[in-house]
Design a protein around this ligand. Structure first.
Ligand SMILES: Nc1nc2c([nH]c(=O)n2[C@H]2C[C@H](O)[C@@H](COP(=O)(O)OP(=O)(O)OP(=O)(O)O)O2)c(=O)[nH]1
Length: 323
């Protein structure tokens, strides 16, 4: 996730979890973006890896110890504040030690992901908050002939694979049949966040978590089709589409195909190297789509992705087949 730009300040940022809460500090008033909340961290010094820098900054600023090998990449965000351009290299730690306090006198406290408000943080942090709240796996429905089959397969897939975020992508269903699926899934899967596909108007009608748009639908927008507080995702295939998705306020994107898929075996995937290049350049969380499966999750995360999105690994009865 490191950045090679000359004038960009490379900042190691830590998302430190304990008991479902995150370590937060308030930036000193006199500092850049002073007075706002931050995830602890600081500049990466020459000859230091980002993990080493983060371990050092956490200890210096909050008296918390993390082992560099326990850090997992979360997201990388480039942001130009006008007076300063930063690359926030964000890593998370599920394990840490020590009783945190503000070594430099700054307030330090714990918040749950739901308590994080983007407006309390510097502008570059908005996608970090999305990345924290979004799961590592985005399950997408395969198409079906009728709504009954869609509901049954959703319930079965959730029972077997346990995704917490499900996109109801059912293009061959009528609006009536589709809304039946939405209603029934809301009743039967209360612990799952449901995303409607290409029908943003349903977000006001049903208590779904948000909307995911095909590129075709997103391309003509100049802003969010749903209010903040609902997920808004976009299907992207290249750098320009990722930039547009971020510009219209998307919370996340899918990017693919990464690998050839069963449904499009002749379409060449972009491969993990290209995925990594695009995901690391994007300013929103990016899921790898196409040919993905849970055993590729680690690969997607190491490539700078939020995680994997796909169909077959949760939808098919043969749950380990790649989409
Ligand atoms: N640590 C941290 N920095 C952030 C966040 N969001 C954000 O935009 N930044 C920006 C603010 C600063 O421009 C830069 C961090 O630089 P810094 O000045 O705190 O780094 P440092 O601790 O090494 O500072 P110093 O030695 O100059 O005092 O990154 C965040 O969540 N955490």
């Amino acid at each position: 996730m490191a950045d090679g730009g000359k004038d960009i300040v490379h900042v190691a940022v830590g998302v430190i979890w304990r008991g479902g809460r995150l370590l937060i500090a308030r930036r000193p008033e006199r500092s850049h973006q002073g007075g706002l909340l931050e995830f602890p961290g600081g500049k990466v010094e020459p000859d230091e890896s980002v993990q080493q820098a983060l371990a050092r900054e956490l200890l210096e600023e909050t008296a918390v110890t993390v082992m560099p090998e326990h850090l997992q990449p979360l997201i990388g965000i480039r942001h130009d504040y006008g007076d300063k351009e930063v690359f926030l290299d964000v890593w998370q730690a599920l394990e840490s030690a020590g009783d945190p306090h503000g070594v430099e006198g700054q307030p330090v406290f714990w918040l749950t992901p739901d308590e994080l408000r983007a407006s309390d943080f510097p502008a570059a942090n908005r996608p970090i908050i999305s990345a924290i709240r979004l799961p590592r796996q985005l399950a997408i429905t395969g198409d079906v002939a009728g709504y009954g089959e869609a509901i049954d397969r959703c319930v079965l897939g959730v029972e077997r694979q346990g995704p917490s975020l499900v996109m109801l992508r059912l293009p061959s269903l009528s609006l009536e049949a589709y809304t039946e699926v939405v209603e029934r899934c809301l009743q039967r899967l209360p612990a799952v966040e449901l995303l409607v596909h290409d029908r943003p108007e349903l977000v006001g009608e049903f208590p779904v978590a948000g909307v995911h748009l095909s590129w075709r639908r997103a391309a003509v927008l100049s802003g969010r089709p749903v209010p903040e507080g609902h997920w808004f995702g976009v299907s992207c295939h290249n750098r320009d589409e990722l930039a547009h998705a971020a510009a219209i306020g998307a919370d996340y994107a899918t990017l693919g195909p990464v690998l050839p898929t069963r449904s499009h075996p002749d379409a060449e995937g972009m491969g993990w190297e290209r995925f990594a290049e695009l995901a690391n350049h994007a300013v929103l969380p990016v899921y790898a789509l196409g040919g993905t499966a849970p055993e590729l999750l680690d690969r997607a995360i190491k490539s700078g992705g939020q995680g994997i999105a796909g169909i077959s690994w949760w939808w098919s009865t043969q749950s380990t087949e790649a989409t």
